[in-house]
Design a protein around this ligand. Sequence first.
Ligand code: G3P
Length: 230
Amino acid sequence: MTKIFCDIADLTLIKKFNKKKIVEGFTTNPSLIAKTGAKDYKNYCKKILKFTKKPVSFEVFADTPNVMNTQGEKISKWGKNVYVKVPVVNSQGVFMGNVIKHLNLSNIKLNITAVYTTKQVSKILSKINKKTKVIISIFAGRMADAGKDPIPVFKDAIKMTKNHKNVQILWASTREPYNYIQAKQLKCSIITVPPAIIDKIEKFGKSFDSLTKDTVLNFLKDSKKSKFKI
Ligand code: G3P
């Protein structure tokens, strides 16, 4: 079973989507939190935690290993359901292996983010134990945006983590509802999905007949609204 998480930081939407059974957790990132206009990162994340007891990922935003460690330790104390999100590399492209190792050894649940290659997955696996939970977030949509096929990376990552019961592969950077089908076929543990795409996934199942009718009807409505004439 592939669990659906909601990829959002907006408080109203978290409150709304937390009520949905289909949503089993939440992921955020500094960009999503910045988009809400939040000024105080810690206070904002704590507000999110008031709305949900489901797993939530909050990301560190430091760029050096020492500060990442301190931020990770602090974030992990905000709630039992918190996963600390750590980027696989810093902004210079340096592997954050020591941070991953330190936080994992401290029994902190991690979500390793911004992962694009099997080499990164194998480096992550070399730094973690087989006990503390680790999510590995592979950014499918951004790969596809760059003209690259994400599927082989997922296939390899899932094979590589087969004997790591504490590791979950997460389909991140979801672009369309069909990504949920793809994530299920691959047997990803989790897919994180923006709210609008969750709404569409909930409506899966329309027949081709009704799709074709809806399509034509919408073209007709738009042309009438614009009073088109030839
Ligand atoms: O939260 C991580 C990831 O899902 C972000 O996706 O749409 O910014 O590429 P996106």
